[in-house]
Design a protein around this ligand. Structure first.
Ligand SMILES: C[S@@+](CC[C@H](N)C(=O)[O-])C[C@H]1O[C@@H](n2cnc3c(N)ncnc32)[C@H](O)[C@@H]1O
Length: 271
């Protein structure tokens, strides 16, 4: 397996987890399950979180009695997520694999991809290959929910999220900067070489590192076209944040959350 992008950053799994702990995982999972039932689906009995990192959403699902699988390319994230599960006494099957190409024993009802892990799918063919692999692991009628950056973040000067922030817990303080002026955007591949800076004070000493890797931006229209091209999914709903009443065009919208429904199995052409 090729080394995942920004692997030096993801190697510091506990610091990543602290930096991104400003999120309310309980409320986000409430929303994700409500978005699924909004489509007339039953609550899932199994879930797969892709590009899962610390797997906080999978763990919250496990806490609710949903059979949870997480998948990530980073060995450090897998080890960290398993340790969180062990501490919380939750069952989590955590697989180290590439989200474009993996094999799991059983299909699931719901797949999740949170906080723009899809930006590491660096081409349209990677995105379609990923959809094909996810579809093969979803039950017919199953749902795939992706949380992506809001398109206004890269198509307009308006930024809806902070790109530099600090979090602290106990004796650990971590400062993250995601992207910097001068990061180069390639208009052909639609990727940016994104500089990420991590600085931390920890009981074991200071940490300071800079990592640079490509991330790709996806627009709503492009994803519609890719869904039509790939064929296994239809777009069932879109949201601008973790609220059912917030559409993508809402002035307060700050994320692009897409609910994809796996189509029923395609019938073989009759002679
Ligand atoms: C921004 S983090 C998101 C982590 C987690 N979903 C969250 O909500 O905090 C992106 C994650 O995607 C993983 N990743 C990147 N490329 C991947 C790939 N091709 N296959 C699987 N995981 C990948 C990284 O290792 C990292 O853990």
């Amino acid at each position: 397996m090729t080394e995942p992008q920004h692997d030096d950053i993801y190697h510091h799994a506990a610091l990543y987890d602290l930096a991104f702990s400003y999120r309310d995982y309980v409320a986000e999972v409430d929303f994700l399950l409500a978005a699924m039932t909004q489509q007339g689906k039953a609550l899932p009995s199994s879930v797969l979180e892709l590009g899962a990192g610390p797997a906080r959403h999978a763990l919250e699902c496990a806490r609710r009695g949903i059979k949870a699988v997480a998948l990530d390319a980073s060995a450090a994230m897998v080890a960290y997520g398993l340790e969180l599960a062990r501490q919380a006494e939750l069952d989590l099957n955590y697989v180290q694999a590439d989200m474009r190409n993996f094999t799991l024993a059983e299909p699931v009802d719901l797949a999740l991809l949170m906080i723009d892990s899809a930006s590491y799918l660096l081409s349209q063919s990677d995105f379609c290959q990923h959809l094909t692999t996810v579809a093969a692991h979803l039950r017919p009628g199953g749902v795939y929910i992706l949380e992506l950056s809001h398109p206004k973040d890269f198509l307009t000067p308006e930024l809806s999220v902070e790109t530099a922030w600090e979090m602290a817990a106990g004796e650990t303080r971590v400062h993250f900067q995601w992207g910097e002026t001068g990061d180069v955007f390639d208009p052909i591949s639609q990727t940016t070489q994104v500089t990420v800076k991590l600085k931390a004070e920890t009981p074991q000493g200071p940490v300071a590192l800079t990592d640079s890797a490509a991330q790709r931006c996806y627009t709503y229209q492009e994803i519609l076209a890719l869904l039509a091209l790939q064929g296994d999914f239809k777009l069932a709903a879109s949201y601008g944040g973790f609220k059912l009443e917030m559409g993508l065009s809402d002035q307060r919208a700050w994320r692009m959350i897409l609910v994809l429904e796996r189509k029923e199995a395609r019938l073989p052409a009759s002679g």
